[in-house]
Design a protein around this ligand. Structure first.
Ligand SMILES: [Zn+2]
Length: 250
Protein backbone atom coordinates (compact mmCIF):
# COMPACT_ATOMS: atom_id res chain seq x y z
CA UNK A 1 0.00 0.00 0.00
CA UNK A 2 1.14 3.55 -0.62
CA UNK A 3 3.20 4.93 2.22
CA UNK A 4 5.66 7.82 2.17
CA UNK A 5 5.26 7.98 -1.61
CA UNK A 6 6.29 4.34 -2.01
CA UNK A 7 4.32 1.25 -3.00
CA UNK A 8 1.00 1.14 -4.83
CA UNK A 9 -1.81 3.64 -4.48
CA UNK A 10 -5.20 2.41 -3.27
CA UNK A 11 -6.65 2.99 -6.76
CA UNK A 12 -3.88 0.91 -8.30
CA UNK A 13 -4.45 -1.92 -5.84
CA UNK A 14 -8.19 -1.81 -6.53
CA UNK A 15 -7.64 -1.96 -10.27
CA UNK A 16 -5.26 -4.92 -9.76
CA UNK A 17 -7.95 -6.68 -7.77
CA UNK A 18 -10.42 -6.27 -10.63
CA UNK A 19 -8.58 -8.61 -12.99
CA UNK A 20 -11.03 -10.72 -14.96
CA UNK A 21 -11.26 -14.28 -13.67
CA UNK A 22 -10.28 -16.72 -16.35
CA UNK A 23 -9.92 -20.47 -16.05
CA UNK A 24 -6.50 -21.62 -17.20
CA UNK A 25 -6.86 -24.15 -20.01
CA UNK A 26 -3.19 -24.73 -20.73
CA UNK A 27 0.04 -25.09 -18.79
CA UNK A 28 1.15 -21.72 -20.15
CA UNK A 29 -2.01 -20.06 -18.82
CA UNK A 30 -1.46 -21.79 -15.50
CA UNK A 31 2.06 -20.33 -15.37
CA UNK A 32 0.74 -16.90 -16.31
CA UNK A 33 -1.82 -16.98 -13.50
CA UNK A 34 0.83 -18.14 -11.04
CA UNK A 35 3.00 -15.20 -12.07
CA UNK A 36 0.04 -12.87 -11.35
CA UNK A 37 -0.38 -14.50 -7.95
CA UNK A 38 3.33 -14.07 -7.28
CA UNK A 39 3.09 -10.42 -8.38
CA UNK A 40 0.16 -9.80 -6.05
CA UNK A 41 2.03 -11.54 -3.21
CA UNK A 42 5.02 -9.27 -3.80
CA UNK A 43 2.74 -6.24 -3.60
CA UNK A 44 0.95 -7.34 -0.45
CA UNK A 45 3.66 -9.24 1.45
CA UNK A 46 6.87 -7.98 -0.15
CA UNK A 47 9.47 -9.46 -2.46
CA UNK A 48 11.15 -12.41 -0.78
CA UNK A 49 8.08 -13.15 1.33
CA UNK A 50 7.27 -16.79 2.01
CA UNK A 51 4.32 -16.96 -0.41
CA UNK A 52 6.05 -15.21 -3.31
CA UNK A 53 9.17 -17.37 -2.87
CA UNK A 54 7.20 -20.60 -2.78
CA UNK A 55 5.20 -19.63 -5.88
CA UNK A 56 8.42 -18.72 -7.65
CA UNK A 57 9.86 -22.19 -6.86
CA UNK A 58 6.64 -23.77 -8.02
CA UNK A 59 6.83 -21.91 -11.35
CA UNK A 60 10.37 -23.26 -11.85
CA UNK A 61 9.24 -26.79 -10.98
CA UNK A 62 6.41 -26.61 -13.50
CA UNK A 63 8.78 -25.28 -16.18
CA UNK A 64 11.15 -28.19 -15.44
CA UNK A 65 8.38 -30.76 -15.71
CA UNK A 66 6.27 -29.04 -18.32
CA UNK A 67 5.80 -32.21 -20.36
CA UNK A 68 4.19 -34.03 -17.43
CA UNK A 69 1.90 -31.08 -16.83
CA UNK A 70 0.98 -30.94 -20.48
CA UNK A 71 0.27 -34.66 -20.51
CA UNK A 72 -2.16 -34.25 -17.61
CA UNK A 73 -3.79 -31.31 -19.39
CA UNK A 74 -4.28 -33.31 -22.57
CA UNK A 75 -6.02 -36.01 -20.51
CA UNK A 76 -8.15 -33.56 -18.55
CA UNK A 77 -8.62 -30.00 -19.78
CA UNK A 78 -9.68 -28.87 -16.31
CA UNK A 79 -6.36 -30.02 -14.85
CA UNK A 80 -4.70 -26.54 -14.88
CA UNK A 81 -7.77 -25.15 -13.07
CA UNK A 82 -7.72 -27.99 -10.53
CA UNK A 83 -4.03 -27.48 -9.91
CA UNK A 84 -4.47 -23.74 -9.47
CA UNK A 85 -7.39 -24.39 -7.14
CA UNK A 86 -5.17 -26.67 -5.06
CA UNK A 87 -2.59 -23.88 -4.78
CA UNK A 88 -5.24 -21.32 -3.93
CA UNK A 89 -6.75 -23.54 -1.23
CA UNK A 90 -3.35 -23.90 0.43
CA UNK A 91 -2.57 -20.18 0.26
CA UNK A 92 -5.98 -19.37 1.74
CA UNK A 93 -5.35 -21.84 4.59
CA UNK A 94 -2.03 -20.20 5.33
CA UNK A 95 -3.54 -16.72 5.28
CA UNK A 96 -6.28 -17.86 7.64
CA UNK A 97 -3.65 -19.19 10.03
CA UNK A 98 -1.75 -15.91 9.76
CA UNK A 99 -4.93 -14.04 10.62
CA UNK A 100 -5.66 -16.14 13.68
CA UNK A 101 -2.14 -16.72 14.99
CA UNK A 102 -0.86 -14.67 17.90
CA UNK A 103 2.79 -15.44 17.15
CA UNK A 104 4.72 -16.21 13.97
CA UNK A 105 5.63 -19.74 15.08
CA UNK A 106 1.96 -20.62 15.27
CA UNK A 107 1.82 -20.49 11.48
CA UNK A 108 2.65 -23.73 9.72
CA UNK A 109 4.73 -22.74 6.68
CA UNK A 110 4.60 -26.30 5.42
CA UNK A 111 1.02 -25.73 4.29
CA UNK A 112 2.37 -24.02 1.19
CA UNK A 113 5.12 -26.46 0.40
CA UNK A 114 4.09 -27.23 -3.13
CA UNK A 115 6.70 -29.93 -3.83
CA UNK A 116 4.37 -32.79 -3.01
CA UNK A 117 1.72 -31.36 -5.38
CA UNK A 118 4.28 -31.43 -8.17
CA UNK A 119 5.29 -34.99 -7.15
CA UNK A 120 1.67 -36.08 -7.38
CA UNK A 121 1.48 -34.70 -10.92
CA UNK A 122 4.68 -36.55 -11.86
CA UNK A 123 3.37 -39.75 -10.28
CA UNK A 124 0.00 -39.18 -11.95
CA UNK A 125 -1.78 -39.37 -8.62
CA UNK A 126 -2.90 -35.73 -8.47
CA UNK A 127 -6.58 -35.42 -7.75
CA UNK A 128 -8.63 -32.37 -6.92
CA UNK A 129 -12.38 -31.88 -6.86
CA UNK A 130 -13.48 -28.48 -8.12
CA UNK A 131 -16.27 -26.73 -6.23
CA UNK A 132 -19.70 -27.17 -7.77
CA UNK A 133 -19.97 -23.48 -8.63
CA UNK A 134 -16.91 -23.59 -10.87
CA UNK A 135 -17.36 -23.70 -14.60
CA UNK A 136 -14.57 -25.03 -16.75
CA UNK A 137 -15.34 -24.69 -20.45
CA UNK A 138 -14.79 -27.76 -22.60
CA UNK A 139 -11.94 -27.23 -25.02
CA UNK A 140 -12.66 -24.42 -27.39
CA UNK A 141 -10.87 -23.29 -30.55
CA UNK A 142 -9.47 -20.32 -28.65
CA UNK A 143 -7.98 -22.48 -25.96
CA UNK A 144 -6.52 -25.23 -28.10
CA UNK A 145 -5.23 -22.88 -30.77
CA UNK A 146 -1.47 -22.93 -30.81
CA UNK A 147 -1.33 -26.03 -28.63
CA UNK A 148 -0.23 -29.46 -29.79
CA UNK A 149 -3.84 -30.36 -30.60
CA UNK A 150 -4.40 -27.25 -32.66
CA UNK A 151 -7.94 -27.41 -33.92
CA UNK A 152 -10.00 -24.68 -35.44
CA UNK A 153 -13.71 -24.79 -36.05
CA UNK A 154 -14.58 -23.29 -39.39
CA UNK A 155 -18.20 -23.11 -40.39
CA UNK A 156 -18.76 -21.72 -43.86
CA UNK A 157 -16.83 -18.57 -43.04
CA UNK A 158 -19.17 -17.67 -40.20
CA UNK A 159 -17.50 -17.18 -36.82
CA UNK A 160 -19.45 -19.27 -34.34
CA UNK A 161 -19.90 -18.05 -30.78
CA UNK A 162 -18.40 -20.66 -28.46
CA UNK A 163 -21.14 -20.54 -25.91
CA UNK A 164 -24.19 -21.11 -28.11
CA UNK A 165 -24.44 -24.16 -30.35
CA UNK A 166 -25.43 -23.38 -33.93
CA UNK A 167 -29.12 -23.68 -34.58
CA UNK A 168 -31.47 -22.79 -37.40
CA UNK A 169 -33.76 -19.82 -36.92
CA UNK A 170 -36.90 -19.18 -38.97
CA UNK A 171 -38.42 -15.91 -40.06
CA UNK A 172 -42.18 -16.30 -39.68
CA UNK A 173 -42.84 -12.68 -40.54
CA UNK A 174 -41.21 -11.91 -43.87
CA UNK A 175 -41.96 -9.07 -46.25
CA UNK A 176 -44.03 -10.70 -49.00
CA UNK A 177 -42.10 -8.80 -51.67
CA UNK A 178 -38.80 -10.35 -50.61
CA UNK A 179 -39.96 -13.97 -50.36
CA UNK A 180 -38.59 -16.35 -52.97
CA UNK A 181 -40.95 -16.53 -55.90
CA UNK A 182 -42.10 -19.79 -57.44
CA UNK A 183 -39.20 -21.27 -59.38
CA UNK A 184 -36.75 -18.79 -57.88
CA UNK A 185 -33.65 -20.31 -56.34
CA UNK A 186 -32.03 -18.95 -53.18
CA UNK A 187 -28.67 -19.59 -54.84
CA UNK A 188 -29.37 -16.59 -57.09
CA UNK A 189 -29.11 -14.32 -54.04
CA UNK A 190 -26.51 -16.24 -52.13
CA UNK A 191 -23.35 -14.12 -52.29
CA UNK A 192 -24.80 -11.83 -55.00
CA UNK A 193 -24.18 -8.06 -54.87
CA UNK A 194 -23.23 -8.36 -51.24
CA UNK A 195 -22.14 -4.73 -51.04
CA UNK A 196 -25.58 -3.57 -52.17
CA UNK A 197 -27.24 -5.06 -49.14
CA UNK A 198 -28.10 -2.23 -46.74
CA UNK A 199 -26.22 -2.00 -43.49
CA UNK A 200 -28.31 -2.99 -40.47
CA UNK A 201 -26.04 -1.34 -37.95
CA UNK A 202 -22.35 -0.41 -37.66
CA UNK A 203 -21.32 -4.04 -37.61
CA UNK A 204 -23.52 -5.95 -40.00
CA UNK A 205 -25.73 -5.81 -43.05
CA UNK A 206 -29.32 -6.94 -43.48
CA UNK A 207 -29.22 -10.72 -43.71
CA UNK A 208 -30.35 -11.75 -47.19
CA UNK A 209 -31.00 -15.33 -46.21
CA UNK A 210 -33.26 -14.33 -43.32
CA UNK A 211 -35.27 -11.80 -45.29
CA UNK A 212 -35.40 -13.69 -48.60
CA UNK A 213 -35.10 -17.39 -47.87
CA UNK A 214 -36.87 -17.04 -44.54
CA UNK A 215 -34.39 -18.87 -42.38
CA UNK A 216 -30.81 -18.59 -41.24
CA UNK A 217 -28.48 -19.72 -38.47
CA UNK A 218 -28.05 -18.44 -34.93
CA UNK A 219 -24.34 -17.79 -35.54
CA UNK A 220 -24.93 -15.66 -38.66
CA UNK A 221 -22.66 -12.60 -38.70
CA UNK A 222 -25.77 -10.56 -39.58
CA UNK A 223 -27.93 -12.10 -36.85
CA UNK A 224 -28.72 -8.65 -35.44
CA UNK A 225 -30.96 -8.14 -38.47
CA UNK A 226 -32.90 -11.36 -37.83
CA UNK A 227 -36.06 -9.49 -36.87
CA UNK A 228 -39.68 -9.74 -38.08
CA UNK A 229 -40.57 -7.40 -40.94
CA UNK A 230 -42.49 -5.09 -38.60
CA UNK A 231 -39.23 -4.22 -36.91
CA UNK A 232 -37.55 -3.12 -40.16
CA UNK A 233 -37.67 0.63 -40.82
CA UNK A 234 -39.22 1.85 -44.09
CA UNK A 235 -35.88 3.26 -45.07
CA UNK A 236 -34.14 -0.10 -44.68
CA UNK A 237 -37.03 -1.86 -46.40
CA UNK A 238 -36.62 0.43 -49.43
CA UNK A 239 -32.85 -0.09 -49.57
CA UNK A 240 -33.32 -3.84 -49.33
CA UNK A 241 -35.96 -3.67 -52.05
CA UNK A 242 -33.40 -2.01 -54.35
CA UNK A 243 -30.90 -4.78 -53.65
CA UNK A 244 -33.49 -7.51 -54.29
CA UNK A 245 -34.53 -5.84 -57.57
CA UNK A 246 -30.92 -5.58 -58.67
CA UNK A 247 -30.27 -9.28 -58.10
CA UNK A 248 -33.55 -10.26 -59.77
CA UNK A 249 -32.64 -8.07 -62.70
CA UNK A 250 -35.97 -6.24 -62.43
ZN1 LIG B 1 -28.54 -14.51 -41.24
Amino acid sequence: MSKDGRGKSWDKVQSLMKQAVRTPMSVQELLTQLSYLRGASCIFFGTGSLISDRISSLESAIENHKLSFELQTSNDNSFPTKFLYAIDTKVQRLLLQCKEARARDEVNDRIIEFDHLVSMVLDQTFHMQLPLCSHVPTDTPEHVAGGPNKRLKISAGHPSPESAPRSMVTNNSQFDAFKLKDGEDWKTFCGASVNDRPMWNDQCRMCARWHIKGNCFSDCPHAASHVPHEKVSTEKERSFQKYVKKVRGD
